[in-house]
Each structure stands twice: as structure tokens, then as C-alpha cells.
Design a protein around this ligand. Structure first.
Ligand code: NAD
Length: 323
């Protein structure tokens, strides 16, 4: 039985990845600084460790006589645009420590295969209608925010250690991911979850506040599709970073309208000042397609599976505050 360690298993994508690896027949150790907020972990073993500390990274990978066959590094101090803009120092400090120590522990410990979760935030801003960017166009680098710079640096760390120690590294640059069991409130939630929450809280015919003017273009990927991409990339021969995203680009206003449609509510939008991030996105997915991957969930399919879960969380929290 193959053994995998998933760092960040108490989080959104890591939690879903553990389920997938269990379905694929792996023995899985989950590692995180906290347990999962929304569900029990499906990992065979779960260690609570702060991965900013070098010795904890070594412990996370210590399986006694044998090495883990695969390590998936998804642990990060992260959140949506609100968090990215208000917590630059925490993001750069905490994530660089997690990544430098975890990559070092894995490479020196002889881990054969290491996955690192990067982001399309490593790319520069784009103009509306610009042709697709391929992975190599990350350079010359000009990420829009410090979260992106840290991701780019940590990609380079992983490749440097791979060269020195012969570890196989696979890196995915994720588009904005959403789905059930992800952060939906509290300031770290990303746009799809925040909009699902606002629509769930609004009355039919009500109005919600949306940051910016609604024209920013994004692609949102449903978590099952993303996890499938991670799994295929890890088991592929692709040595350089690969984008994983849905080739469906929508404006923030389109996103609100899709959520309102799924909720069956008429929703007005009040555009307010707030951190929006880049103007536009348009990335090639050709590399990840070469692994046989293809997305199964268009935006409306994914929102149809996500909105009911967030609506239930909103109801539960209303009931709790009424008690
Ligand atoms: P998440 O916040 O739900 O999960 C990250 C997990 O890392 C959390 O459970 C957190 O507790 C854990 N963590 C933070 N600091 C830690 C520490 N010091 N020690 C151990 N664990 C620690 O985020 P997610 O959406 O599941 O993202 C997973 C990865 O994917 C992250 O690296 C993120 O940057 C990357 N990513 C996510 C998206 C997205 O849209 N969700 C997009 C691009 C990249």
C-alpha cells in the first residue's frame, strides 16, 4: 500500500485530497496546525503540527522504517483578496517558513515525490481580451500581490532542492477554487464562498454588496476537478509547473448572477470599494490536459453543489446565535 502525507489536511483542498487518496487506496497521514472545521478527517492518522518549525516538518514525514511515497504540500496561511491585502507580512513570514522547512525535510529525508500547491497569483495582471498565457510567461515576474511572490519563491525552492537531492517535484498553479467544506465566513473566504453566503443571507429581491465594479474576470474551479488535476499531475511526467483551471472566464457580476440563479432569488448588486486584485485572467490549460485531465463541472454545476452547503452553514449559524 502506498503511503502519502498531506500537509494542510485540515483545510479545504487538503481535506478533499485526503478523501481522493483514500479512494485510490493510499494509506494517508494528514498534517495541519488545526483539525478540519467542517468534517471529520478521512486520513488514517492525523498529526497536529505547526509546520513553520523545522523539527515538526521532519516529524510530519517520519513514518518509522519507511519513507512516505508521496508528500502533498498544501499547508499555507491564506485567504481571499481581503486577507491577502491585509495580512501581507503574516503570509510572507509564515508561508516561506512552512515551505522552506518542509521542502528541506522532504528532500533530505529522501521523499521520492513532492507536490507543491502554487497559484495563478504568481502571474502579472492581464488586460481584458489578452491571449492565453502559458506557464513559461510567469517570467519576467510581476505578481500582483505578496502572496504571489511567496508562491513563486517557494516554487523555486522546491526545484532547487529537487535538483540537489534528486526528489521528483510536481507543481500546480491553481485557479480560484470553491466547493463545500471550504471557508465561507470570517474574513478568509474567497469570492465564490463570500457571494454564496451573501446571497444565502439575503431575502428574495434583496441587494448584496460586492467589492469593485463587477467587471474583474476570473475562472473558478470546482474542488473535485482541482483534486483530480492534482492527482493526475503528481503521477505524470510533467516536471515544470502546470496551471489547473476551468476554461470558463466570467466577470464577478456573472458569478453573482449564477449564484442568484442557483438560489432561485432575485438579487440586486451594490458595488462598493474593496480589494479586487487583478483585472483579468486567461491561462492555458494545455499542459494539464496532456495528463488526460478535463474539468467536469462548469461554474453553474459547481455552484449547484456548493450553494446548498453554504446555505446550510448560514442557517446553522443563525440558529446558534438565536439560542
Ligand atoms: P485552507 O486555508 O483551507 O488550507 C490551508 C491549511 O494550511 C489550513 O488548514 C491551515 O490550518 C494550514 N496551515 C496554516 N498554517 C499552518 C502551519 N503553520 N502548520 C501547519 N498547517 C498550517 O486553504 P486551501 O484553499 O485548502 O488552499 C490549499 C493550498 O492551495 C494553499 O497552499 C493555497 O495557497 C493554495 N491555493 C488555493 C487556492 C484556492 O482558491 N483555494 C488557489 C490557489 C492556491
Amino acid at each position: 500500500m502506498k503511503r502519502a502525507v498531506v500537509c494542510g489536511a485540515g483545510g479545504f483542498i487538503g481535506g478533499h485530497l485526503v478523501k481522493r487518496l483514500k479512494r485510490e487506496g493510499f494509506w494517508v497521514r494528514g498534517v495541519d496546525i488545526k483539525t478540519h472545521e467542517f468534517c471529520k478527517s478521512f486520513a488514517d492518522e492525523f498529526l497536529l503540527l505547526d509546520l513553520r518549525i523545522p523539527g515538526n516538518c521532519v516529524s510530519a514525514l517520519d513514518l518509522g522504517q519507511e519513507q512516505p511515497d508521496e508528500v502533498y504540500q498544501l499547508a499555507a496561511d491564506m485567504g481571499g483578496m481581503g486577507f491577502i491585502h491585509s495580512a501581507e507580512c503574516e503570509i510572507m513570514h509564515n508561508n516561506v517558513l512552512i515551505n522552506i522547512h518542509m521542502t528541506d525535510a522532504a528532500a533530505r529525508g529522501g521523499v521520492p515525490r513532492y507536490f507543491y500547491s502554487s497559484s495563478v497569483c504568481i502571474y502579472r495582471d492581464m488586460k481584458f481580451g489578452e491571449p492565453e498565457m502559458v506557464e513559461e510567461q510567469a517570467y519576467p515576474a510581476m505578481p500582483d500581490n505578496e502572496y504571489g511572490w511567496e508562491k513563486l519563491y517557494s516554487e523555486r525552492v522546491a526545484y532547487a532542492f529537487a535538483r540537489k537531492y534528486g526528489m521528483k517535484v510536481r507543481i500546480a498553479r491553481f485557479q480560484n477554487c470553491y466547493g463545500p467544506e471550504g471557508t465561507w465566513t470570517g474574513g478568509r473566504e474567497k469570492a465564490p464562498a463570500a457571494i454564496c453566503r451573501k446571497v444565502a443571507e439575503a431575502q428574495d429581491g434583496g441587494t448584496i454588496d460586492v467589492w469593485g465594479d463587477g467587471t474583474a474576470v476570473r475562472s473558478y474551479i470546482y474542488v473535485d476537478d482541482l483534486v483530480d488535476g492534482i492527482y493526475r499531475l503528481m503521477h505524470s511526467d510533467l516536471e515544470s509547473p502546470a496551471n489547473i483551471g476551468l476554461p470558463q472566464y466570467v466577470s464577478v457580476t456573472d458569478l453573482v448572477n449564477t449564484v442568484a440563479d442557483v438560489a432561485g432569488k432575485r438579487i440586486g448588486i451594490r458595488y462598493v470599494d474593496g480589494p479586487v486584485g487583478v483585472q483579468s485572467r486567461n491561462f492555458s490549460n494545455e499542459k494539464i490536459y496532456s495528463t488526460g485531465w478535463e474539468p467536469k463541472f462548469m461554474l453553474k454545476d459547481g455552484i449547484s453543489r456548493t450553494y446548498p452547503w453554504i446555505e446550510k452553514q448560514v442557517q446553522k449559524s443563525r440558529e446558534q446565535s438565536a439560542e
